[in-house]
Design a binder for this molecule. Structure first.
Ligand code: N01
Length: 547
């Protein structure tokens, strides 16, 4: 069943965003006969994978698992070319999904949602677009992604730079030529670690302005051969099922031993094995790496040893070596990062002790020294998890704003809904496992929970759902307690909002693991949405559409 494009008619659900979450949400709601439409600020589908098209952008979760599981036909017919897919291939996949399930006819592109205001009398959300339209919808579903508001650093003179400035999270849809250019890059997080080796191959000179070094594990990326793909495809059901029972929602080799169950040699062997395998499973080398600082130090020391082996100049190796807790900040995965610093056309500029003074028309000034540049890349991250939601003027009951509710940090029930904001859902919102898991596993779980919930409301003639303040407070407290027991709480990171000046310090993603979380969500639903207030439809309320 299709929507009418008439913006004045009340939709059952308006979905914001056409990335992995929004596309699957639309697919599910349509199947259930609801009227639903996506509004998307970009000109096409893709979400994160639409905007982050910088050279080297690549997913660091293996392709076979970083993909939808909801349609066996889809997972059987699609073949990934590489162990870790690059951004162009992931975008192609999402375009394929949109076409295969004929989703585009219910997506409005190039329109940004500016506000969502709950109308208590009419029991619907009034959602205003950048085109000046106001669309009424019973449910508003924020599929806005966790990392979709780029962070532009407040450095004096940034706007005065004469050459082009690119942010990795807003990369232009055209080839950018760095050949023969003097290029500067600010930042050394996951995005920078991916783009640096590629720009270094082209630029006359690349200056990397590093405030803090990060740990990165080699990807050892390579083509996926047919035999391996067939093996995965014939075991897909089992792989997905097992992944959902694990904390990261991702099937990998977890070691349940402590780092101190082994001798120094045994431990080194385990780390060498993991280093040779590559990628994020390095963090699963031992069960106590995220809880015991001493155990964690053994992993950090191992990686620092690798940096010293790979980087020829000991001073540069030292600067690239973090002394922090491994995995406290998001662990990075790279292809050729450390050896890039052996190139004669790459300079590492330490801005840890003395920050960038200013940016001028000619370049970047640090400690009184000027670096002349033709182009500048900002790999300075995102206002993660809350930034995009707060950019929309969201007002719930009695006109209360989300901004005001979250003034001391985000609070949600299960990362899915907020007290005072009835019928408003967030997919992978703060308080959900999201960025600490395979995003696709988490997205599918959220979409399925929300779809079932809407089905339940329709069947039972319920007009509103909203968490109680008590249930929300309990969830926030539970996550804070868990987070405080882990080492992730012990450093400045975007998980805590520390990368954005003035952002309240709260551990935003849910840290209790995907399996526990999904079980909890299922229990809540099967107990008739325990912790949520359900209000019957009033006589004048529009009935939700049925198949
Ligand atoms: O952003 P970041 P990102 N002066 O916030 C520096 C996901 N992701 O885009 O660390 C100087 O990690 C800042 O320095 P510091 C992944 O979840 C996934 O790289 O604050 N430097 C830091 O080095 C990831 O974690 C994939 O001292 C300044 C950098 O900018 C998340 O996205 C690929 C500065 C920001 O690093 C974000 O990664 C890419 C200043 N004023 C991203 N301001 C894959 O799947 C900021 N910095 C592989």
């Amino acid at each position: 069943m299709r929507n009418t494009p008439n913006p004045k008619l009340e939709l059952d659900a308006l979905i914001v965003g056409a990335g992995f979450s929004g596309l699957y949400m639309l697919y599910q709601l349509r199947r259930m006969g609801f009227s639903a439409r996506i509004y998307e600020a970009a000109s096409d589908v893709g979400g994160t994978w639409y905007w982050n098209r910088y050279p080297g952008a690549r997913c660091d979760t293996e392709s076979a698992q970083y993909s939808y599981s909801f349609s066996d036909e889809l997972q059987q017919e699609w073949s990934w070319s590489m162990r870790y897919a690059g951004q162009p291939e992931i975008l192609k996949y999402l375009n394929h999904v949109a076409d295969r399930f004929d989703l585009r006819s219910d997506i409005v592109f190039d329109v940004r949602i500016q506000s969502a205001i709950f109308d208590e009398e009419k029991n619907h959300w009034k959602i205003q677009t950048s085109q000046g339209e106001t669309i009424p919808a019973r449910f508003c579903i924020m599929a806005t992604g966790c990392l979709s508001s780029p962070n532009f650093p407040k450095i004096e003179g940034l706007e005065s730079f004469a050459g082009p400035v690119y942010h990795t999270g807003l990369w232009p849809n055209e080839e950018i030529v760095f050949d023969g250019k003097k290029v500067g890059i600010i930042g050394t997080g996951s995005s920078a670690i991916q783009i640096i080796p590629l720009v270094a191959e082209k630029a006359e000179h690349l200056y990397v302005f590093q405030r803090s070094p990060n740990y990165t594990i080699p990807a050892h990326n390579g083509p996926l051969d047919d035999e391996h793909q067939q093996k995965i495809k014939s075991n897909y059901a089992d792989i997905r099922k097992k992944a959902r029972l694990l904390p990261a929602g991702f099937l990998q080799d977890y070691n349940d031993k402590s780092a101190f169950d082994l001798t120094l040699e045994g431990r080194q062997r385990e780390y060498e094995k993991r280093w040779a395998h590559g990628g994020l499973p390095f963090l699963a080398s031992f069960s106590d790496l995220q809880y015991n600082e001493e155990a964690n130090n053994t992993a950090g020391a191992f990686v620092r040893g690798k940096i010293r082996e790979e980087v020829e100049d000991p001073k540069i190796a030292e600067l690239l070596s973090p002394e922090t807790i491994l995995g406290c900040r998001r662990l990075c995965v790279d292809t050729g990062y450390y050896e890039t610093f052996n190139r004669s056309n790459v300079s590492l500029v330490d801005v840890s002790k003395s920050p960038i003074d200013k940016i001028t028309a000619e370049g970047v000034a640090v400690s009184g020294k000027s670096y002349r540049l033709d182009s500048l890349i900002l790999a300075t991250g995102f206002d993660a998890m809350t930034g995009t939601l707060l950019r929309i003027d969201i007002r719930g009951r009695e006109g209360n704003t989300l901004e005001n509710k979250w003034i001391s940090g985000p609070s949600t029930c299960l990362g899915l809904m907020m007290a005072g904001f009835p019928n408003l859902f967030t997919i992978t919102g703060p308080g959900s496992p999201s960025v600490l898991t395979n995003m696709i596993t988490s997205i599918e779980q959220h979409v399925e929970w929300i779809s079932k919930c809407l089905g339940y409301l329709r069947e039972n003639d319920i007009g509103q759902i909203e968490p109680t303040v008590k249930a929300e407070d309990r969830w926030v407290e539970h996550n804070n307690d868990l987070a405080a027991k882990t080492l992730r709480y012990k450093c400045e990171s975007w998980y805590l909002g520390s990368n954005i000046p003035g952002k309240p310090k709260t551990f935003m993603p849910y840290i209790g693991g995907f399996a526990f979380y999904a079980e909890k969500c299922a229990q809540v639903a099967s107990a008739g949405y325990e912790g949520f207030m359900l209000t019957a439809n009033r006589s004048g309320d529009k009935k939700l559409k049925t198949n």
